[in-house]
Ligand binder design. Sequence first.
Ligand code: ADP
Ligand code: 3PG
Ligand code: MG
Length: 394
Amino acid sequence: MNKKTVRDINVEGKKVLVRCDFNVPQDESGNITDNRRIVSSLPTIKYLLEKGAKVILCSHLGRPKGEVKKEFSLAPVAKELSKQLNIEVKLATDIVGENAKKLVSEMKNGEVILLENVRFDAREEKNDPEFAKQLADLAQIYVNDAFGTSHRAHASTAGVADYLPAVSGFLIEKELDFMGNALENPARPFVAILGGKKVSDKIGVIMALLEKVDTLIIGGAMAYTFFKAQGYNVGDSICELDKLDLALEIMEKAKQKGVKFMLPIDTKIGKTPDKDTESKTVKYTEIPDGWEGFDIGEETIELYKKELKTAKTIVWNGPLGLFEIDQFATGTNEIAKALAEIDAITIIGGGDSAAAIEKAGLSDKMTHISTGGGASLEFLEGKKLPGIECLENK
Ligand code: ADP
Ligand code: 3PG
Ligand code: MG
């Protein structure tokens, strides 16, 4: 990575503002249901504390749209951080107000506080320079480690870098190293697996990956659009009728680029997207009316597994079926298992994809699971990320 990191600066005794992505999922009672983003932020926080910095953490949680809403408070995150770090992490009642300033002024070296949700202030998402300056005024150094929010040009993710020396944390460094290397220097064969709901969500990623991969494997609901485009009936399956030409264009581009383009052969279909719905497996080209495709079938799983066994680098984005329902999670789970057993670099991007691998209990078997949803997609598309662009070059 060509950006400076916390290793490149002296932080001892300095007030360091660290932007993390603590946007974690919670249940109705506010309990954190997946703490991966918090755990992934610990190396940078611990490093700064060990070096004797005064660590001022900030993040958004959810989309409170510029209003203070209790259900979006970072209180549960402060609690989890205290537990993980084994020291008290005080939560300010505001962001750049009196309470935050008071807590900062009382900090000693090696202490850490957390500001309240930066999106409680409408100026955050507008990247308002005055708000960015007020954030900067709390500290002497800015560290961005919020990879998952690095595709947003907001005050705390980008604007603040106009007013302070700005470097990256270890999480951003790790994300860029793993995903960047896989894209720029892939051990070949390089295979991408793309699933998820819509072709339209993934056009940028598909087009960018077609320039780089040897094989592109398609699954998930987006596969039906490719079959419809070729004139087949897809029953009630999710299908984007306004993307049929695009689907054909993608297939044509794959041909031109010499990329092996693989579509599923069979699909598990159901009457409705419910756990007890009647289901059966049919050929992709023979989906009857009144039925909806929810997963790839056994033949496809075998075909894809065989292809994956030859790969040396695999990038996966988008579940291969409606994995939230057990009877339609087989395709996603079997391919995840295959990845876990293969001797290849395996990179997972996308919020739902990461959740699917976690649910299958295979997270620690992958080379890298990105903490970014939208951010990892934009990175795979080759887009510039404002939260990274704003940092100082080495
Ligand atoms: P990611 O967040 O990893 O980028 P997406 O958001 O593109 O992934 O897609 C994930 C969603 O796609 C999941 O909620 C999954 O249930 C859904 N999905 C995948 N295949 C199907 C299908 N055949 N029918 C309905 N939904 C599907
Ligand atoms: C995410 O969960 O993808 C990030 O935290 C960004 O959240 P946002 O889509 O609300 O900007
Ligand atoms: Mg998603």
